[in-house]
Design a protein around this ligand. Structure first.
Ligand SMILES: Nc1ncnc2c1ncn2[C@@H]1O[C@H](COP(=O)(O)OP(=O)(O)OP(=O)(O)O)[C@@H](O)[C@H]1O
Ligand SMILES: [Mg+2]
Length: 278
């Protein structure tokens, strides 16, 4: 199966007046179909820039980008518009951007289908099925304004998935939510990916959330710094003073530098990089 995302030497230079910012500098990245991947990295490392290019909202300055077997590099504006409306689902960090506040939940999910010319009965059926899948069946006729943040986030997911894209891109989709609700959303995404065959790429600052995905990709200075499979385990010794030597590759992968934040959690002790922890 061809990869759902493939970039080669991707470069993006943002121009602001006569100022140039190199946001992506030769980024190579491949994502297979059905994967659930998180992208992490410091503020300004190029995460959002990458996502907007993959979504077809913006064009790269140079390099190659293939998404869902389409070459986005030299696509006409018309095709690109069609592409981002139909072939990818996008959830904004501010997920209210996905929603029309005065419409009911079901009407929100039907809207992209309405615009794409899907018939009434089919729209209703698909909207209810999607709402059901995210546990919002009972809120189908609630107005968005009356729904909680977590409910609105799940609704935003339904809107992004309304036209049945193969790929879902989400930029900090749970940035505004509490930890418990965020974990629920990640479990939902995992289910959509593992059971529904959807490819899911999320940007997050939160290491604990990233660890819920199949693979963490770290971006630094507009390039992929590390990418590895999560869940590797190693047994390390603790000496009498409580000193532990952490495996070097894990340290690099985790982005932990000179200091580490240590936190007691239900099932052990969590080590997190200074900058990323909350
Ligand atoms: N439209 C733009 N015009 C000019 N510079 C931009 C633009 N968008 C992003 N940049 C710059 O490009 C670099 C990468 O920005 P980007 O938003 O992709 O980072 P990010 O990893 O998403 O950061 P954050 O974690 O803060 O969201 C930054 O230096 C940023 O200031
Ligand atoms: Mg960003």
């Amino acid at each position: 199966m061809p990869p759902v995302i493939h970039t080669e030497n991707l470069i993006k230079i943002h121009k602001q007046g006569n100022l140039e910012v190199v946001a992506l500098q030769g980024l190579d990245f491949t994502m297979n179909e059905g994967e659930f991947i998180s992208v992490v990295g410091k503020s300004g490392s190029g995460k959002s820039t990458l996502l907007t290019i993959l979504a077809g909202f913006d064009r790269p300055s140079a390099g190659k980008v293939m998404v869902a077997e389409r070459d986005l590099t030299d696509m006409s504006l018309k095709d690109l518009t069609r592409f981002y409306r139909r072939d990818v689902g996008f959830v904004w960090q501010d997920f209210t951007r996905n929603l029309v506040p005065y419409l009911k939940a079901r009407a929100n999910v039907e809207l992209p289908m309405l615009l794409a010319g899907v018939g009434g009965r089919k729209r209703k059926k698909r909207a209810l099925a999607l709402l059901d899948a995210v546990g919002l069946r009972n809120s189908a006729y609630s107005e968005v304004q009356t729904m909680s943040g977590g409910e609105q986030q799940r609704l935003a997911l339904c809107v992004a998935l309304a036209l049945g894209p193969k790929l879902l891109l989400a930029d900090e989709p749970t940035g505004e939510l509490d930890t418990e609700t965020s974990l629920e959303i990640y479990e939902l995404l995992r289910g959509l990916s593992h059971q529904g065959g959807l490819s899911v790429l999320v940007v997050t600052h939160d290491v604990a959330l990233a660890q819920r995905t199949d693979r963490i990709v770290r971006i630094a200075d507009g390039r992929i710094a590390t990418q590895g499979r999560m869940g590797q385990e190693e047994l390390v010794a603790i000496d009498q003073r409580g000193m532990v030597q952490l495996p070097r590759d894990m340290l690099i992968e985790s982005g932990i530098g000179d200091h580490v934040r240590v936190k007691l959690i239900d099932d052990g002790i969590l080590l997190q990089p200074e900058e990323d922890s909350k």
